[in-house]
Ligand binder design. Structure first.
Ligand SMILES: [Zn+2]
Length: 327
């Protein structure tokens, strides 16, 4: 486990940028034109590999020390997990705790695959790992997963609201679940952006369009030939944002593309800043070199969080730092 999770994350930033440039150097998502001549954008999905985040060693959550214990009592007599003791009472304790944290689990005392699934998603949320299927799901009163699960600040799994000040959820295919902290970031970004909107003498009132976060079961849909449409978006720590159009409506269902004339770069800059200036935002993948140049020219302290990535031309992908749980 890293002694200092923040340092660990910072140290991996340069590596991740190199990986991003190498792995995502491929053709960008295609557009299509209908018989009526209307150009349609493809869905805001990741069409290829996305660079793995640095994250933290597993299964340990990012715990820091403090004089007061932040852990709740862990009422387990033995272990719970795929290859664990799984006493009925213990399994029920874990199921109830998962349900308290927002996971759709029934407390019947039987260790089912869904219990393993949600334990792994939980571990993935704590560690910031993009993939969770290979994570350990064994919970004990004295291991990191147990301490994180029963921590009073344990991350919660919550459904995305339809919208709030300055933002709207445009998700229509079920990617509307995430870590509670992720949604706090969206709310804060929306409020900041709304202040900008309020100062405009006139304007379209375009809100931040939040697209995919994660699905309730932490899975991703399959596209052609069973290829997953996302390589990430499994642990509630990823947010996709659509691009605003010049003179767009307050709620735009589709958005636009960095290379198109109706792309409103100035407004996107404000939206990006609303997210990137928050300490909980680790990085933003977005292929708009002009926007990045402006951020550097204006010496924005968050400019280093922007990563140019060829696959992100009609949406930006925001990564949230995993939670830090104090022991
Ligand atoms: Zn994304």
């Amino acid at each position: 486990m890293a002694d200092d999770p923040v340092s660990a994350l910072t140290a991996t930033t340069a590596t991740r940028k190199m990986v991003a440039a190498e792995e995502c150097d491929r053709s960008t998502a295609s557009t299509s034109t209908t018989a009526a001549g209307v150009v349609r954008l493809p869905p805001a999905k990741h069409c290829g590999r996305i660079p793995e985040r640095g994250g933290l060693p597993l299964p340990a959550p990012a715990m820091t020390s403090s004089s007061a214990s932040r852990s709740l009592e862990i009422p387990l007599a033995a272990t719970v997990g795929t290859r664990a003791t799984n006493r009925t009472d213990d399994v029920r304790v874990i199921q109830k705790r998962l349900a308290e944290l927002g996971f759709p689990v029934k407390a019947d005392g039987v260790f089912r695959p869904e219990v393993s699934r949600y334990l792994k998603i939980f571990a993935s949320m704590c560690a910031g790992r993009e993939q969770w299927t290979d994570l350990a799901d064994k919970v004990a009163a004295n291991n990191d997963l147990g301490r994180a699960l029963f921590h009073k600040d344990a991350p919660r799994w919550v459904e995305v609201a339809p919208g709030g000040p300055g933002w709207v959820s445009i998700d229509r295919d079920g990617y509307n679940w995430g870590a509670a902290k992720t949604l706090e970031v969206v709310d804060k970004a929306g409020q900041r952006y709304q202040k900008y909107l309020d100062k405009q003498a006139s304007g379209s009132g375009v809100r931040i369009m939040v697209n995919d976060i994660s699905r309730k079961q932490g899975t991703v849909l399959a596209k052609g030939k069973g290829i997953p449409e996302h390589q990430t978006h499994r642990n509630g720590l990823d947010i996709d944002l659509r691009l605003p159009k010049k003179g767009g409506d307050a709620v735009q269902q589709i958005g636009t593309h960095v290379g198109w004339a109706d792309y409103d770069r100035d407004t996107m800059f404000v939206m990006i800043e609303a997210f990137a200036s928050q300490p909980e935002v680790e990085r933003i993948l977005f292929n708009d070199p002009k926007l990045l140049e402006r951020a550097k020219r204006e010496s924005k302290p968050w400019a280093d969080k922007l990563v140019l990535d060829n696959e992100h031309i009609h949406h930006a992908h925001v990564d949230i730092v995993p939670p830090r749980l104090e022991r």
